[in-house]
Ligand binder design. Structure first.
Ligand code: ZN
Length: 133
């Protein structure tokens, strides 16, 4: 499924398990964030520790379990875990030895958010989908 309209772009990322990592920045033409969908098989780790110059990251574990490392702290993560890391945080993530881990990583410039949800969005009175009566 790939579809593009005046104000949107939709894509299907395919088999994340086989690809290991899918980056959506180019795929969707993102202008305010980088979002990646990642999967590590059991026993595998991202093979380096890294930090960022300007971007904070939010890791959302959507399946499986593993371990997270930030600045010397190590802790368990599993489906439903959400971790925010400051740009300077030295980070790494690994799958558990007996489980894969699938997670979404959202990268945005730290302190760039000026408004959100109810201060940025508004309900439209001029259009609606077929399923709304
Ligand atoms: Zn990063």
């Amino acid at each position: 499924m790939n579809k593009t309209g005046k104000n949107y772009k939709a894509t299907a990322v395919g088999d994340v398990r086989a690809k290991g990592r899918v980056e959506l920045h180019n795929e969707l033409g993102l202008t305010g964030s980088e979002i990646s969908i990642n999967e590590l098989p059991p026993g595998f780790s991202v093979p380096f520790v890294h930090s960022h110059k300007r971007n904070e990251e939010v890791y959302i574990v959507i399946n499986g379990k593993g371990r997270f490392y930030v600045d010397g702290d190590e802790f368990e993560v599993a489906e439903g875990s959400v971790v925010r890391v400051d740009p300077a945080g030295q980070r790494c993530i690994a799958a558990a030895t007996d489980s894969s881990i699938r997670y979404i990583c959202i990268q945005t410039e730290a302190k760039s958010l000026l408004q959100f949800t109810q201060t940025d969005g508004f309900i439209s009175a001029t259009t609606k989908p077929s399923w709304l009566k």
